[in-house]
Design a protein around this ligand. Structure first.
Ligand SMILES: *Cc1c(COP(=O)(O)O)cnc(C)c1O
Length: 378
């Protein structure tokens, strides 16, 4: 089965893991620190905080900004549920915002403006599929209203612009992301004070870590805030250091594969539309396509599967999940809902080759023809 995404793992990751085991120091040691320094440097930032997931990273940013009950946070619905869950973790209220268009399925500035109230404190931007939101537009939007910008950068690691939009950016190193540590995440912020608060909140709100106490005369520590256990361990950091060395090259391969997909789909499946038709900075995390209205998506998914090709959907809108229909009733986002009904994500990862891209597009073309024929017969 050709998978939608697949991690690249090999001998260097195994070697890095065995070194950690041999060292006898398993968590929050020098590898975590080295990973933080390398990850920050790649993004042109002075520092970052490694954590155990992007979800934790989002939670820590909102917590560090002091966002809480009574506050509203603008969020997209076309995202993974974790983006929105983080808002509930701090007791604030998520306010769902529609996408711009089917060609630009990123949060609409115009719709965001319409949904602002005196209680709005922040906006969480998701660089959907790896394509960056429009920085100047959002900074103008946020600065006149005094709002924080938080980036959910789970899809966009390795881009210099990420983490420069506003308060901070949250990254994911989950197994299906552009680079992985199995589970893992990081926060980049240009605000050193916020980053220090986040660093402390990551480890129970303690004033020193285990490693620091080893190197210090006094074994004492204090707890000056209610923190969490969102620590990264040495095994993950060791894998992350290896993965990070390949990230730019992998993102380049993704870019080349996307260009090939675009060319082939445009000629062989002209009824399929592809978002982000205009050039835009991207980490090319996934390859989303929009099926024509005349086909049944499930037929296409089944036919692709029969040909050994996995496809997925990004995303079922968060506002339509049972939890959020209960918590935030009556939300209607017509452009998000229409996009989500027709979207299909086809395989994209650095181990895919050109002939495989050709095979996927040919399979798509025949799946469309079959589904259209079945529709006509019915
Ligand atoms: C994967 C993902 C997350 C969650 O990442 P974890 O590291 O699994 O917590 C959050 N937001 C988006 C957009 C994602 O794709």
């Amino acid at each position: 089965m050709l998978l939608v995404s697949e991690p690249v793992l090999g001998v260097p990751e195994k070697a890095a893991l065995s070194k950690v085991i041999d060292s006898g120091w398993l968590t929050m040691g020098e590898r975590v620190r080295a990973f933080e320094e390398a990850f920050a440097a790649m993004h042109g930032a002075d520092d970052c905080v490694a954590v155990n997931s992007c979800t934790a990273a989002l939670h820590l940013i909102l917590h560090g900004l002091g966002i809480g009950p009574g506050d509203e946070v603008l969020v997209p619905s076309l995202t993974f549920v974790a983006t929105v869950n983080a808002v509930l973790y701090v007791g604030a209220t998520p306010v769902f915002v529609d996408i711009e268009s089917e060609d630009v399925p990123l949060m609409s500035v115009k719709d965001a403006e319409a949904r602002c109230t005196p209680r709005t404190r922040a906006v969480i931007l998701v660089h959907f599929a790896g394509y960056l939101a429009h920085k100047e537009e959002w900074q103008a939007f946020a600065s006149v209203r005094g709002l924080y910008i938080v980036e959910d950068a789970a899809h966009a690691p390795g881009l210099k612009e990420v983490g420069t939009f506003g308060a901070g950016a949250a990254f994911s190193f989950y197994g299906n992301k552009n680079m992985t540590t199995a589970e893992g995440g990081a926060v980049i912020s240009r605000d050193p004070e916020l980053l220090e608060t986040i660093r402390q909140a990551r480890g129970h709100g303690m004033t020193t870590g285990t490693r620091q106490r080893l190197n210090s005369r006094t074994p004492q520590y204090d707890v000056t805030m209610l923190g969490f256990n969102y620590r990264m361990d040495e095994m993950r950091a060791a894998i992350g250091l290896v993965q990070l060395r390949n990230l730019q090259e992998w993102n380049d391969v993704r870019r080349i594969l996307v260009a090939l997909y675009r060319r082939l789909i445009a000629t062989r499946c002209p009824d399929i539309s592809m978002p982000f038709s205009e050039p835009r900075t991207s980490a090319y995390h996934i390859m989303p396509i929009l099926l024509p209205r005349y086909v049944n998506r499930q037929d296409v998914i089944d036919e692709m599967r029969a040909q050994g090709i996995q496809t997925t959907i990004h995303y079922s809108p968060v506002h339509q999940m049972t939890l959020y229909r209960e918590r935030c009733p009556g939300v209607h986002l017509p452009r998000t809902e229409d996009f989500a009904c027709r979207e299909l994500t086809i395989p994209l990862h650095p181990q895919i080759t050109s002939p495989v891209v050709e095979a996927v597009v040919d399979a798509l073309a025949s799946a469309l023809t079959k589904s259209a024929r079945a529709g006509a017969a019915a």
